[in-house]
Design a protein around this ligand. Structure first.
Ligand code: FAD
Length: 406
């Protein structure tokens, strides 16, 4: 058959992939299969400006509909891939079609982790991954609705900030003893904890969820301490899991993510995987990573596109991420996991500072709060595993660029 790339999943990574494929001169057919009813869109605004009603849905889309026509991309929305036959080189869809491929790409993303405690099926309990989820929340959260948020990770805290700014009473339950504990260090957690409390969020740390109560509809969350926290809606943000079932069923290597190499190739060299669904090697940290970020989705898409178009490119970037809460922009470059020292640059009380993480004297990551220069300038230092004197890091009269020694 003629060259045909079939892409499973029409999310952010897929949107970049089709764009890059054409930019790289790929002249085969492209079939994009997505189970959501929307063209590829950006998810970050879902818990930020889109939830706040400050961004129209049209602004979420990676490309306008005309782009896909112009570029001759066969987009089939509302279409779920149900099986992959690697011998026949076909995928089956829930619409009963069998589609042939010469190259296949998994861009299946991730799904939210769901609670299974008593009461978890009540109406009024929401999760946040898609446009539809936000539409449901906005429909359910009348003016002044009391909101109970489960989980003080990025999503929970971004939603808390938006809801407070919209005038809702907000309670956040978090089992850990500090916020965003999976990704930032104690002083950064303490800063965000203080900011949320100052904005009136009732943050209950070291507090798990036991059950939800209500008559048909959510009325209260019962905590592991036995407290009953009443609300009108609950929003759960307790992490995500990669969508790997299809890949596993097709016999590809899966290990908490579809395993790919630095070229974004799966254990079957004719099949690629990109974005949240993957586990990939990272030479900077010398381990395999599963990332949940736009940067990873876009860069893997570009790498896979280059290789599908006949190139030989490797993905090996410093991971980065951001989160917007109130008037604060948290930007994270690198991965702080495994640090043995950290240094604060600037004064948290001034609302603009960074926390630089070192391992064996080398910079491995930085969290910058309203401090974009530190964030930008740190990336090359992290990439090159630069050794940095902690005393220099503390000195804010020096830029991060000045830190490079040899
Ligand atoms: C609320 C929210 C806020 C976020 N904020 C940030 C942020 O501030 N910064 C940041 O860097 N990242 C953020 N992220 C993460 C970022 O959006 C993801 O990393 C990115 O969307 C990953 O893109 P992806 O294409 O891999 O997956 P997705 O965008 O999840 O796309 C995968 C698509 O594949 C579809 N699919 C799955 N299986 C099948 C199948 N069998 N057949 C057909 N279709 C299928 C899915 O339904 C989905 O539409 C946020 C995510 C969310 C949900």
């Amino acid at each position: 058959m003629n060259k045909q790339t079939v892409i499973i999943g029409a999310g952010h990574a897929a949107g970049q992939l089709v764009t890059s494929l054409r930019q790289k001169g790929y002249d085969g057919s492209i079939v994009l299969l997505g189970d959501e009813p929307y063209l590829p869109y950006q998810r970050p605004p879902l818990s930020k400006k889109f939830l706040a009603g400050e961004l129209p849905a049209e602004r979420l889309f990676v490309k306008p509909a005309a782009f896909y026509d112009d570029q001759q991309i066969d987009v089939r929305l509302g279409t779920r891939v149900t099986a992959v036959d690697r011998n026949a080189h076909t995928v089956e869809t829930d619409t009963g079609e069998s589609i042939e491929y010469t190259t296949l790409v998994f861009a299946t993303g991730a799904q939210v982790n769901r609670l299974s405690c008593p009461g978890s099926e009540l109406a009024g309990i929401h999760y946040l991954r898609s446009i539809e989820d936000v539409d449901n929340i906005r429909e359910d959260a009348h003016d002044g609705a009391r909101v109970v948020i489960i989980g003080a990770g990025y999503i929970g805290l971004e939603v808390a900030a938006v809801m407070r700014e919209m005038g809702s009473d907000v309670v956040v339950l978090e089992t850990a003893d500090r916020v965003m504990s999976r990704v930032v260090s104690p002083p950064v957690s303490a800063f965000f904890e203080r900011v949320h409390r100052e904005h009136g969020v009732d943050l209950k740390l070291s507090t798990g969820l036991q059950s939800f109560e209500g008559d048909q509809r959510f009325e209260a969350a019962v905590t592991t301490n036995g407290d009953r926290v009443e609300g009108d809606i609950a929003i759960v943000g307790i992490g995500i899991s990669p969508n790997t079932e299809l890949a596993r069923a097709a016999g590809l290597d899966v290990d908490n993510g579809i395993v790919v190499d630095s070229h974004c190739r799966t254990s079957d060299p004719g099949i690629f995987a990109i974005g949240d669904c993957t586990r990939h090697p990272n030479a900077i940290y010398q381990r395999s990573l599963r990332l949940e970020s736009v940067q990873n989705a876009l860069e893997q898409a570009k790498t896979a596109a280059a290789n599908i178009a006949g190139g030989d490119e490797e993905y090996d970037d410093v991971p980065w991420f951001w989160s917007d809460q109130y008037n604060l922009k948290l930007q994270i470059a690198g991965l702080s996991e495994g640090f043995d020292d950290y240094v604060l640059r600037g004064d948290p009380d001034g609302g603009s500072f960074s926390c630089a993480y070192l391992r064996d004297g080398k910079l491995i990551a930085i969290d910058s709060i309203n401090s974009p220069r530190d964030f930008m300038m740190s990336k090359p230092l992290i990439k090159d595993a630069c050794r940095i004197d902690p005393a220099m890091l503390k000195d804010t009269s020096l830029t991060m660029r000045d830190m490079r020694q040899g």
